[in-house]
Design a protein around this ligand. Sequence first.
Ligand SMILES: [Zn+2]
Length: 475
Amino acid sequence: MKHILAAALLLTATPALADAASEAKVGAVMEKLRGDQAALRVFLTQMPKGGDLHNHLDGSVWAEDFLAWADADGYCIDKTSHTLTPPPCTIAQVEARGLMNRDPKFYAATIDALSMRNFFPGTGTGETSGHDHTFVAFPRFGAMMTGHLGDALAVTRQQAAADNVQYVEQITGPAGAFSPALLGAISRFDPQDFDADFRQVEAQLPGLIRAARAEYDAAEKAMRAKLKCDTSSPDPACALKVRYLSFVLRTFQPAQVFAQTALGFALADADPRFVGVNLVAPEDDAVALRDFSLHMRIFQYFHRKYPKVKISLHAGELTLGLVPPSALGFHIRDSIEIAGASRIGHGYEMTFERDAAGLMAAMAKNGVAVEINLTSNAISPGVKGAEHPLAMLRRAGVPFSLSADDEGVFRIDLTNEYVRAALEQGLTYTDLKTAGRNGIRYSFLPPAEKTATLATLEQAFDRFEARVIAGLVIN
Ligand SMILES: [Zn+2]
């Protein structure tokens, strides 16, 4: 009996020991590549990356894709701002159809306007900072998402598959989130009586949820057709697991924020594809700053109403210079403690949080993870290197994952963020594995799916490590 037990222990212990030995060997390979960024990129491209928890669907589409769709749909492009709108085109616009051949210079300038390509502060189309150029890009391509939701789901899944990602939580929303029926539903908003506010919007929700479900059914069907998922030669992107987070625009007026939040929570409660809610748009915007505490209370109200719906909030996407010191010090704590966020995005304002040590200790204890977006932070507003709090968060034991925020706008991919984390933040192979695992562990997947997805990731790590050791990844 005793030796059977010992044999059983050995059987369970051996794979773990083998795993640790492989991880150490592969870690040593990566350390040798530190001075060779090109080779490091080759290595990290093939590394499995687990979960990507901060991925705006629209911002992750590349300008070239938007322009191809605009070409096919005969859209119009504003001559000055490069904003894409449906036809008919006015004298102030050019036709997108055939633009690449007809006017390659304007085509190229449009790519620059829809992204951070060739962006140099103080030049370009009127904006003066990386922050402003980033956020001004979104309304320029926003109209292209209508009618191309399925295409957007397809191209972003292909990018995730190319990065060897297992799971993505995409920030998106239904068209109904912008409908006049929803945004105009609350004519008498009372910040002190959320029940009365909710009664004004409640009747709109079932219809908007039905429409949202139909919209995503159709978009996913189009995505599956585009990726040939139901054929004998499916695109590798078909294997990717994807869930959605509904967004609420924090720059809207209070009644509209309340109504959008109501729809976001109700949709996540009704449709398992939507696993949570997020607040988006610049946190440093004047309205967003003015209404921050109100937004926290609105989220708290809906968190109580829909306790199963998870919350991840952009929180602490703020720094000195962007906002006055009076606006710093409490956004991360309030997002967690008042609004009920179980994850936060960016969080570089941690540097300025009152009692940062206490807050980080609580986040570590309660498993509140931070979605880290290094390139996004480096460009908008310029927080990078030792100024970025990632090292401090890691020392405090705060869980983190790595994400790209807006791959299309920043013209990066998740692999780029892994390279950056290794070179700029000194992360080792083991640290990067932790980031990938955290992308699933701290996801909003139901527990059984989380366990299964983590198992898939571990198998992918094993295959990758065997290939690295066999010299098949980099030599
Ligand atoms: Zn974001």
